[in-house]
Design a protein around this ligand. Sequence first.
Ligand code: ARG
Length: 591
Amino acid sequence: MGEQVRSLADEVEAAVTAAMGAVLPPELAGQDPLVRRSDHADFQSNVALPLAKKTGRKPRDLAADLAAHLTGTWLESVEVSGPGFLNIAISDAGLLDRLAVRLADPRLGVPASQAGETVVLDYSGPNVAKEMHVGHLRSTLIGDALARVLGFLGADVVRQNHVGDWGTQFGMLIQYIVEHPERHWRGAELDEQATAVSALDELYRTARAEFDADPAFKERAQRRVVALQSGDPETVAAWKEIVAESQKAFQQVYARLGVLLTPDDVKGESFYNPWLNDVVAELRGNGMLEESQGALVVFFDDIKGPDDAPAPLLVQKSDGGFGYAATDLATIRYSVDELKGTRLLYVVDARQAQHFDMIFKAARRAGWLPDGVEAVHVKNGTINGPDGRPFKTRAGGTVRLADLLDDALAQARRVIAERDAEQPGARDLSPAEQDEIARVASVGAVKYAELSTSRVKDYAFDVARMVSFSGQTGVYLQYTHTRIASILRRAGDAKARFDTALTLEPAEHALALQLDEFSAVLDAVAATLEPHRLAGYLFVLAKAFTEFYESCPVLKAEDAVRANRLALCDLTRATLARGLDLLGIAAPDRM
Ligand code: ARG
């Protein structure tokens, strides 16, 4: 591993903090130094304004005092401006020095800031015997990006796919299948369009209708649930077959999306069955369980339902069955005791916020979640249709994820064909190459659209906007990557080397600052669990590169300048490729 360097954003923050320590009483010196990137200087700190009030000094005087105490090998100048802002400029040599370290390191000099953390990361969580729908896309992609970023930063990431593979619905489904052998659902028995899972999805809906309409079927279905729970071999075999068929379909979607999840990551609801009795017994021992309409529940002082009555966490139903909540309590015990997690992250739809709030509070009270362990519901919003309304098929059904990916692929083919028609002969790509480009572009487009949106916000799935060569899109970033790759190809053997003796053009300086910020951005993603910060950063980086390339000739420049500019190209390419990879997006060399 190469040398590691913190981002200048962190260095400047530390330097302003040190200056505060020299100038202020200790109780004031520890506060946030309020350092930001700025249009007026490389960095700006506004900290003198709030501090002046507290110390009774004039803001400009305090700022001047801080400026006099500010030091750093990278410091070009520091000035007091306006009412008491500190404008901090970074020297070209200081910048280039750090970039040289980054370029020499395959990790781009990024420190392993999450080393020592064990992150248990629960994401995707699709449901067996149902089509994977657009709702599961967000958790899958956000979770995967977090797995990559946290892993890159040195955390030990344990992926957990909490598949919905248990519950009374399986009794209903299996009973119906047993009674209707003529209703085929196995892959080999189906007509062309159907998949085993789409057939199961359909069967489940019919079973549900029969369950609601026919009391005799209802009773048989309930007996089937008991058979499943008590391990009746025929029932368990049927259940296993259904689960395996669904797993295959999930893996197909994961492979198509290029996400990291494997069958080994599946810790479905059924996995936790053996612990559910213990969960209840311990809660009872702790005096946390109360009876409410025959069910066993936990109440909280501060969690209320819509009617303002205390909302219960349902641990065991009146018929003795366990539900989603008991299982999730068991996930916490397992993640802490067995997996030794220090950070438990659940990337799940924001509509489950109250569920996780209750689970975490109950687990703390029961002593399963010790103080040093953090548990976070990493909330995601919903995906709407292109019209901004809830996403439904024309027939009113849920939209299959696979169909959306097909739409994106078709759109990517169109966009690429249009571009090639505008520039005939510019590229001679074989049909197979064109196909591969369209595939890579469409998957990247869907992922980037997801990951560049703040995860709690809802957004519209608009394929035409996603798959475009311009604007803030995955295609634009991939295309910028290919442009730099092409410059580097044309440079041939010409040397790429940072030269600290050079004076940089403004566009070079701006690009260099942006390149240095990569590790600070990754740390921000780790802290906030918001991949859109990385997605946004890469877009700004690509724009900074474009501005640099428009104003600074690379291949035609003189020796040292050319070497330095090639090094900027090289590091930009490497940073874009690494950043896209951490979002799970491919960075092709040609497109
Ligand atoms: N299967 C659930 C759903 O479709 C998501 C599971 C999330 N993970 C968890 N530990 N509850 O809503």
